[in-house]
Ligand binder design. Structure first.
Ligand SMILES: Cc1ncc(C[n+]2csc(CCOP(=O)(O)OP(=O)(O)O)c2C)c(N)n1
Length: 810
């Protein structure tokens, strides 16, 4: 469908808009090529051209065209709008436009609006010590670098949730549209509430090519493309051609139509209560790749082909004939008509840009930390699980967290700045309490027997981890708070998105004008050790291996051993800024270890000795039993109880780790223990039997510089998985209590013959275990019914440790 053509730009406005577009194109080519002579006041020479020619021209003129037209509708309708550049490699366009509108020089006064500033603007682009070639964090108005393609639409939707007046103009590359995340992101329109959320205006940039291939969407019938987009629930308006004049008219008409349609939808929803899912407008801009650039070079067609993707003219030092072509290209924009003698954009053109915060480079939504407000937080201590003694039964740690999150949701309902995201798993992950106060936001059909679906809700669920991640990132980047709950194994799906977000956080934390945003919080419930009915496909604890690759200043990893620790950790994470927090917690009933007061102390320190489980108070330990994660903690304590019952003279120290980064040296991570503190906990020379939630090598990686590293023996997940009993999962990976005890016997000579006999007994136990589970389909009663303290108390009565009191939960 073409837009109805009742808009027409006056000849004067058309001339000015075309001049503005030419100015942006000129600045873009200048950034890619020019080292000097920024206004072409003299003939171009080799010395005026950069040595390294880097950047992406192909997408840039189209994006410049879009930006100029968005400026017009922002002014005409007084829109609150930001720009997301899906093909963010069109960095020259965004930089050029924010420079033309004035925001660039306000943030970077050194890049002034004169000839000297122009020269610096050109030099800095893709230059050592300068700026990257994408819509990077350094670019004013950007919330989306677009280096890794695919996330523009989901970021845009995340930005408009709970921002009723915001419109995100989202340029989607037709190549980008082939990625999985982008393909599914069209469905975001089923989650948008027209009354309380803003709007995303997708602009599919159908320039026909990727790096060296055509795009699929450009090579299907026009009718098929229209059907596809309509099938996704959009109303597409096509703007097609290459002659600037009719293209300006068509784009202006399409944008006017789209904005008027958006206004009508808002009026229907906001004044007449009609929340029926609208068919939101979108635009398809079908224009040549490398538009206005060189047509033919060395006999090959450039404009309108894949060859314009990067730098169409190669180095004139190598191809001297290209120097003239470059000069002709630059002069084709007639810079002398655009900039005055001093290098400043002519006033009648500068007038075309919106003013103040209406400029897309200055819109506060694109520097979300400015708008960020603290969450209203309930006191997490009030949600404590009662722990009369260590080992008391629990209901499943995330089920205890649920009511806390419910009340965070409730307390911030009015502020509308907190959402929980997840791919259909909030219930499965034990967060059912949320639905006491909110629903899953859903603007598609609803039938009887559906549960917790409503046009407005704080929970966002779509079965796409990419979408959940992208929405949440967009939500955070525009100054709000949130949590992503996910199965541990499938969070890997967004490994790469995490990478990009962590990079964004790292770079922005060093840009003084960028304010800190709320942390990206992952709750990985349904973890590797308890995938009882799913088995091997669902068993993968490797996300944290991936996460710790990122800069220490950005990432945090927490493995709370029980519910009270989980509450304390989550409270901390929700208050934190500019991190990625990964929290791994179980949802199945499991023993609880610490009272709330003890949990707060333990989590504040992040690591510590559990004195009630240790018996080395009056001497040096013979062995340190370390644990990290809920299941490893359980198995370690069960192992300790066996050791203390059978080898009572053995001195055991139990160390629990909540904050994984405590293990790294202080020089590597701000949370890292000093070497002195580490040596005090883990000793300088005693064996450490370390039971770990994830792949064991991560612990070695984190501790390899520690004094006692050679004595640290880690047991963790070894890629042995299947559908089996919970205890058998630990046995398959040799993380179970029996293997931990046998390991201790092997490594502590003092256990002597008694140890040898015990080891044999435990080997028999493992055989018995195997036979039992294969016969009965569940764990042996002594495993299922094991309680900390039961054997312990009996053993202590026989051999009371000197000066120790009964185990208490402190
Ligand atoms: C996920 C991802 N895969 C591959 C690339 C490498 N890449 C950079 S640009 C590009 C082509 C993009 O085509 P399109 O989205 O149509 O952008 P445009 O034609 O406007 O440059 C590719 C494949 C990338 N940046 N991200």
């Amino acid at each position: 469908m073409g837009a109805d053509m009742n808009t027409s730009l006056s000849p004067e406005l058309l001339r000015q808009m075309d001049a503005y577009w030419r100015a942006a194109n000129y600045l873009s080519v200048g950034q890619i090529y020019l080292y000097d002579n920024p206004l072409l006041k003299r003939p171009l020479t080799l010395a005026d051209v950069k040595h390294m020619l880097l950047g992406h021209w192909g997408t840039t003129p189209g994006q410049n065209f879009i930006y100029a037209h968005l400026n017009r509708i922002i002014k005409k309708y007084d829109l609150d709008m930001i720009y997301v550049s899906g093909p963010g490699h069109g960095g020259p366009a965004v930089v050029a436009n924010t420079y033309l509108e004035g925001t660039y020089s306000e943030i970077y006064p050194n890049i002034s609006q004169d000839e000297a500033g122009l020269r610096k603007l050109f030099i800095q682009f893709s230059f050592p010590g300068g700026i990257p070639s994408h819509a990077s964090p350094e670019t004013p108005g950007s919330i989306h670098e677009g280096g890794e393609l695919g996330y523009s639409l989901s970021h845009s939707f995340g930005a408009v949730f709970d921002n009723p007046d915001l419109i995100v103009a989202c340029v989607v590359g037709d190549g980008e549209a082939e990625t999985g995340p982008l393909a599914t992101a069209w469905h975001s329109n089923k989650f948008l509430n027209p009354a309380t959320d803003g709007v995303v205006l997708p602009i599919l940039h159908l320039n026909g090519y990727k790096i060296s291939n055509p795009t699929i969407l450009a090579r299907i019938e026009r009718e098929e493309l229209e059907q596809l987009l309509r099938g996704y629930g959009w109303t597409p308006y096509f703007v097609e051609g290459h002659e600037p004049e009719p293209m300006h008219q068509a784009m202006a008409a399409a944008l006017d139509t789209a904005v008027e349609q958006i206004r009508k939808i808002h009026q229907d929803a906001r004044e007449h209560g009609n929340l029926t899912r609208p068919r939101w407008p979108m635009i398809v801009l079908n224009s040549p790749k490398g538009w206005t650039g060189p047509k033919v070079i060395d006999g090959l067609q450039i404009e309108g082909t894949f060859r314009s993707h990067q730098v169409p003219l190669s180095d004139p030092a190598v191809h001297p004939e290209h120097l003239k072509l470059l000069e002709d290209w630059l002069r084709s924009y007639r810079p002398e008509e655009l900039f005055d003698e001093t290098g400043r954009l002519k006033p009648e053109l500068a007038e075309l840009a919106p003013k103040g915060e209406r400029r897309m480079g200055s819109n506060p939504h694109a520097n979300g930390g400015i708008l960020l407000r603290d969450l209203r937080m309930p006191d997490f201590r009030e949600y404590a699980q009662s722990v009369p003694a260590p080992g008391s039964p629990g209901i499943g740690d995330t089920h205890v967290l649920g009511p806390f999150l419910r009340d965070v949701t409730k307390l911030n309902a009015q502020q509308r700045n907190f959402r929980v995201f997840g791919p259909d798993e909030s219930l499965s992950n034990g967060l059912e309490a949320l639905f006491k106060v909110t629903s899953r936001q859903w603007d598609a059909g609803v039938v009887p027997n559906d549960e917790f679906l409503a046009p407005a809700g704080r929970v966002m669920e779509m079965l796409s981890e990419h979408q959940c991640e992208g929405w949440l990132e967009g939500y955070l980047l525009t100054g709000r708070h949130g949590l992503f709950n996910c199965y541990e194994a499938f969070i890997h799906i967004i490994d790469s998105m995490f990478n990009q977000h962590a990079k964004w956080l790292k770079v922005t934390s060093h840009l003084p004008w960028r304010r800190k945003i709320s942390s990206l919080n992952y709750l990985l419930a349904s973890h590797v050790w308890r995938q009882d009915h799913n088995g091997f496909t669902h068993q993968d604890p490797g996300f944290i291996d991936h996460v710790v690759n990122k800069k220490a200043e950005v990432v945090r990893v927490y493995l709370p051993p029980d519910a009270n620790c989980l509450l304390s950790v989550m409270d901390h994470c929700l208050r934190s800024r500019h991190y990625v927090n990964v929290v791994i917690a179980g949802k199945h009933p499991s023993p609880q270890w610490l009272t709330m007061e003890a949990a707060v102390r333990h989590c504040t320190k992040g690591i510590g000795i559990w004195p009630w489980a240790s018996n080395d108070q009056d001497s040096a330990p013979d062995v340190v039993m370390a644990c990290c994660g809920d299941v490893p903690t359980l198995e370690t304590l069960a192992a300790v109880s066996i050791l203390r019952q059978h080898l009572p003279s053995l001195k055991i120290r139990v160390v629990n780790v909540v904050d994984l980064m405590k293990l790294q040296p202080q020089s590597e991570h701000p949370h890292g223990l000093s070497d002195v503190d580490f040596d005090e906990l883990f000793t300088r020379d005693k064996p450490v039997i370390f039971a770990f939630h994830a792949y064991p090598w991560l612990i070695h990686r984190l501790t390899y510089r520690r004094t006692n590293h050679d004595n640290i023996h880690v047991r963790g997940y070894k890629e042995e998985g299947t559908i089996t009993t919970p205890f058998d999962m630990t046995v398959l990976n040799e993380l179970d209590r029996f293997h931990l005890v046998m390991d201790t016997i092997d490594r502590v000579p003092k256990t002597g013959d008694k140890g040898v006999y015990l080891k044999q007994q435990l080997e028999d136990k493992l055989i018995e275990h195997r036979e039992y589970i294969c016969r009965n389909g569940q764990d042996m009663p002594e495993i299922r019914d094991w309680r900390w303290g039961a054997t312990q108390n009996a053993a202590e009565e026989r051999h009371p440790p000197r000066g120790s009191r009964r185990a208490e939960s402190t």
